[in-house]
Design a protein around this ligand. Structure first.
Ligand code: HEM
Length: 149
């Protein structure tokens, strides 16, 4: 297993980064859609139904598969011999941030269900603030894996 992962290390890393880009794109865009959905759309209107479709497709066709793929290839890298030194700090800041990113992903999925049920209580301003969460986490993650402090 270790030998297999080591021989495909760079391929696994490339696929990991490709999946990361798709995951991040979706996690940045979905809260933006929620902002417009809250501020510009009348509940029960045709536009409401259109936003619900866009949000469902973004989550199911991009965010969910990209999140799973990021995790699969990321864990492939974790189990590659000699890549992660758990005595350093960076694997822990990265692990904490990717867990937080995953929690944020699930939080968005729950908020999508609120829109579906017509029971959203969160304001556009609050969604705008939540939009900063993945940005901050992404910065911590990239600094962790590149600087490796
Ligand atoms: C979801 C769980 C994740 C796991 C288990 C994971 C794990 C890893 C591991 C072990 C490496 C190898 C580091 C090396 O080769 O030195 C890596 C590389 C990388 N990860 Fe992740 N990662 C995850 C999510 C993410 C996320 C969310 C981002 C960005 C927001 C990200 C960005 C990167 C980048 C840019 C690299 C390449 C770094 C380099 O080659 O110098 N990862 N990841």
């Amino acid at each position: 297993m270790g030998d297999f992962l080591a021989s495909y290390y760079l391929w696994i890393k490339a696929l990991h980064v490709i999946a990361v880009i798709a995951w991040m794109a979706g996690l940045f865009y979905l809260p933006r859609l929620f902002v417009y959905h809250v501020e510009q759309v009348e509940r029960g209107s045709e536009t409401d139904a259109m936003f619900q479709t866009m949000e469902r497709r973004l989550l199911k066709a991009i965010i969910n598969p990209a999140g799973v793929t990021t995790w699969v290839f990321g864990l492939g890298l974790v189990f590659t011999p000699g890549i992660v030194d758990w005595t350093a700090l960076w694997p822990w800041t990265k692990a904490g941030s990717v867990i937080a990113m995953t929690v944020f992903h699930h939080w968005l999925a729950l908020r999508r269900k609120d829109f579906l049920a017509g029971s959203n209580r969160i304001t556009g301003r609050q969604y705008r603030m939540m939009n900063e969460v993945p940005t901050l986490l992404m910065m911590i993650i990239v600094i962790s894996v590149i600087v490796k402090f």
